[in-house]
Design a protein around this ligand. Structure first.
Ligand code: SF4
Length: 375
């Protein structure tokens, strides 16, 4: 949610934000909607619905930029699907998931209540995206759980509407482990596609313990093999927690042995929300400890010729020699910095810290000055 507009009493709408009404025809002529944003109101076109802002709403709507793609629901809640400011774009097809990972940043409630847009609404979001968009993410929950036909239809729409865009599909891979589903997926997949799948353990026992879904390891491995066979760009993710810290090198060895053609392996630091908070005593590992637990695995993969990355690890919490593989992986709206980060030379490239994590505990930072941590 980016805002709440108390004076809205209509139905669900998806629209692109514009500042001048003269531009509206670009969207209206394509059968889409536009929202003309003024300092103290939003005019939804083509229906001519004027929504005045309260002073608090006016303050919140200042975060909205021209060409952002938003939706507003019948309760006046506004959500952003594309930010023209930082280029973040994507859709969450459903909050449902067929796994229930102990350290998942989603909670049981989100997983069980299958909030999702209809496939027609999801397609409308895709049609609102700029044609020169660089990245577009399809995620969930588990995105395939909107139903096989709906998912395949959505993939076809993404392929048609965003032919130049790099598409990232975040999935646990279990549905793709089904041969028939995979066949249909292969026939509908966008051309510039990367599939990202998490691997939580080097054995079925460890992986299934973490996903709390028996059989998930074998389903996921089947999907990975099928994707690699089809030469689809594949990213494997290792979410590093207390649950698998002793198996991180084992997972890397498993990947190097069985999947040497994987495109990249990313090591992922925890986001403290949902199940991750509920099970904090079992899962919580500081970013420093998670990095230390990953070092041998990173070296093993690099020596095996496999590209690696670090997601969600601020520079000041990892060894300097690993800075080149740290990614700015947290969306701007989800990350925060301490006031002391202002003097850090790496701030512009740093992922920062999850807002959700900061609500749970406050990791210590060490601003980098003259190339070194300032203790
Ligand atoms: S001090 Fe702040 S900006 Fe610098 S690396 Fe650490 S978290 Fe990032």
């Amino acid at each position: 949610m980016v805002s709440y507009l108390s004076q809205y009493h209509g139905g669900y709408r998806i629209f692109t934000v514009i500042k001048e009404i003269e531009k509206a025809d670009i969207w209206l002529s394509a059968g889409l909607s536009a929202g003309v944003l003024k300092e103290d109101s939003l005019l939804l076109l083509p229906d001519n619905i004027m929504i005045p802002f309260t002073s608090e709403e006016k303050r919140r709507m200042e975060q909205i930029h021209e060409f952002d793609v938003l939706d507003i629901n019948e309760n006046g809640i506004v959500y952003r699907w594309y930010s023209s400011f930082d280029g973040d774009a994507g859709i969450a097809t459903t909050s449902a998931c067929n796994s229930n990972c102990i350290m998942c940043p989603a909670g049981d409630n989100e997983r069980r209540h299958h909030n999702h847009l209809t496939v027609e609404q999801l397609e409308t979001v895709v049609r609102h995206m700029p044609k020169d968009l660089y990245y577009f993410t399809v995620t969930g929950g588990e995105p395939t759980l909107i139903g096989e036909d709906s998912f395949i239809r959505l993939m076809n729409t993404v392929k048609k509407e965003l032919p130049q865009t790099k598409i990232l599909l975040l999935t646990n891979g279990r549905t793709l482990g089904d041969r028939n589903f995979m066949e249909r997926f292969l026939n509908s997949k966008p051309d510039c596609l990367r599939v990202a799948i998490p691997l939580h353990g080097s054995t079925a026992a460890k992986h299934d313990y973490i996903t709390r879904a028996q059989g998930s390891f074998h389903q996921t491995i089947r999907a990975i093999k099928a994707l690699l066979k089809e030469k689809i760009e594949l990213e494997l993710r290792i979410v590093v927690s207390k649950l698998n810290r002793d198996d991180i090198t084992g997972i890397a060895a498993y990947i190097a042995h069985h999947f040497p053609s994987v495109t990249v392996v990313n090591f992922v630091g925890l986001e403290m929300r949902g199940n991750c908070v509920i099970n904090a005593d079992k899962v919580l590992l500081s970013y420093e400890d998670a990095f230390q637990a990953s070092k041998a695995a990173i070296k093993l993969l690099i020596r095996s010729g496999i590209d690696v990355g670090l997601y969600n690890f601020p520079y000041c919490m990892i060894d300097k020699s690993y800075w080149p593989i740290a990614q700015k992986s947290i969306s701007a709206y989800k990350s925060v910095f301490y006031p002391s980060c202002e003097k850090c030379e790496m701030k512009n490239a740093c992922c920062g810290i999850f807002k959700a994590t900061m609500r749970f505990y406050k990791p210590a930072v060490h601003p980098i000055v003259h190339g070194e941590k300032d203790d």
